[in-house]
Write a protein that binds this ligand. Structure first.
Ligand code: IZC
Ligand code: ZN
Length: 413
């Protein structure tokens, strides 16, 4: 006896469950079962078949989705979820011609969010992040990665990571935590970058010890941290048992993508300015290029990440929101799927794989999230769209009709 039968599905999307990320041509493969049904038992997919009552297994409850599209819950594999304050004041600065790195250099940007996050109490941070999380879930996200990085000191980084832990205990969705201590150089360490990296290495050891994060990350960018500093920090984090990720080649090509491959990082994030050599290396690796076209859009840049080249050369691509208060202020991963179609020229099949199975691989959950194969956790979304290609096409609205985690409908989001 199954718990739930989900029937009358127009299209059931079944991204391939794979022990490694889907690369190159494999990203074009998306199994779509038309007129389908599936069953859930103990929160996991227990049966998949045709939408034919003659073959339905016994189930305690039946959900008729009315011919709509059903996909695995979306995986948002790059967010800066927990933070204090907001930065709407920077919009006017941007309009007057100041760019993202100049605002940071003048003590704004990340540093203004650091100030607000240091000042906020843990409960305040929890309530604010909870609101963002509810919005993510209502748009179909059932697994989310959350980075620290607005403390730049021991006390606040731990406060952010503890808030993320509390959120993961409070909400049904799955959360993966990343320690992004070296996100910017705090003024107190001005001119002492290497001392700050050493401090962050010590903190990474403590974070790993307390099991407060699964990954470490660093903002490797012109005027922020060099590739050498990134290598020092990430090698140390790896030795402490953390997985690694890099904010690399977002604005200036510094070689962070090459470093991600060298360190066998789970992901190389942004990679907008990644060199041809870096793209060649990505193709030979299992490092996922996490592309964040919402950020390029929000920063008003014309050059988007070269998703086509990365995929056509044989690399793996995932997509995420990069939700943060400065360079991409949206919780809506569906909007990112539209940008991937319109600006990155990704196909619908590649896009769905990029927000499910490949996004799961980018955060170490390749075996357990982003799929609806038998045995997978029953995290799924009922989409009010006529077919899966429709979602990126009809942009900037919410197509999620109902969101389920472990087979249970999320009602209060
Ligand atoms: O708060 O600006 N790029 N870090 C690196 C960010 C964007 C987040 C922010
Ligand atoms: Zn980011």
């Amino acid at each position: 006896m199954h718990d739930t039968l989900v029937m009358n599905i127009g299209e059931l999307l079944l991204p391939m469950k794979s022990p490694v990320p889907l690369k190159g041509e494999r990203m074009k493969e998306l199994a779509v079962k038309r007129r389908a049904a599936f069953a859930v038992k103990d929160g996991h997919v227990s049966w998949i078949g045709a939408d034919d009552p003659a073959f339905f297994p016994d189930a305690a409850e039946t959900i008729d989705v009315g011919g709509k599209v059903v996909s695995p819950g979306l995986v948002d594999c790059h967010t800066h979820l927990v933070h204090g304050g907001s930065r709407e004041n920077e919009l006017a600065l941007k309009q007057s011609g100041l760019d993202y790195l100049e605002i940071l250099k003048q003590g704004g940007g990340i540093l203004s969010t650091v100030k607000a996050t240091r000042e906020a109490g843990a409960d305040e941070l929890f309530e604010k992040a909870a609101k963002h999380l509810r919005r993510m879930m209502s748009h179909g996200t059932t697994t989310v990665e959350s980075k620290s990085g607005y403390g730049l000191d021991r006390e606040t980084e731990l406060k952010q990571l503890l808030v993320a832990k509390r959120l993961s205990e409070h909400f049904p969705l799955r959360m993966v935590s990343t320690f992004l201590g070296p996100h910017a150089l705090p003024p107190a360490f001005s001119g002492k970058e290497d001392d700050f990296i050493a401090y962050m290495c010590r903190l990474a050891a403590e974070v790993a010890d307390k099991k407060l994060a699964s990954f470490a990350d660093i903002f490797c960018e012109h005027g922020v941290f060099t590739t050498e500093q990134a290598k020092t920090f990430l090698q140390h984090a790896k030795a402490c048992g953390l997985g690694v990720k890099i904010h690399c080649d977002e604005i200036v090509s510094l070689g962070g993508t090459e470093l991600a491959v060298e360190l066998n990082a789970a992901s190389a994030d942004h990679a907008v300015a990644a060199s041809d050599r870096a793209i060649g290396l990505l193709a030979q690796s299992e490092t996922v290029a996490v592309l964040l076209p919402g950020t390029t859009f929000y920063l008003g840049k014309n050059e988007y990440a070269r998703a086509r080249t990365i995929i056509d050369c044989g690399g793996a691509v995932a997509l995420a929101t990069d939700f943060n208060p400065g360079s991409c202020v949206t919780e809506n991963l569906q909007m990112i799927m539209s940008l991937a179609a319109l600006r990155l020229k990704m196909t619908a099949e590649e896009i769905w794989n990029a927000v499910t199975v490949n996004a799961a691989h980018a955060i170490g959950l390749g075996e357990s999230a982003g799929s609806l194969a038998i045995g997978a956790q029953a995290d799924f979304v009922v989409w009010d769209i006529p077919n899966y290609a429709y979602l990126p096409y009809h942009f900037a609205v919410n197509h999620a009709d109902a969101v389920y985690i472990k087979g249970k409908r999320i009602l209060d989001c």
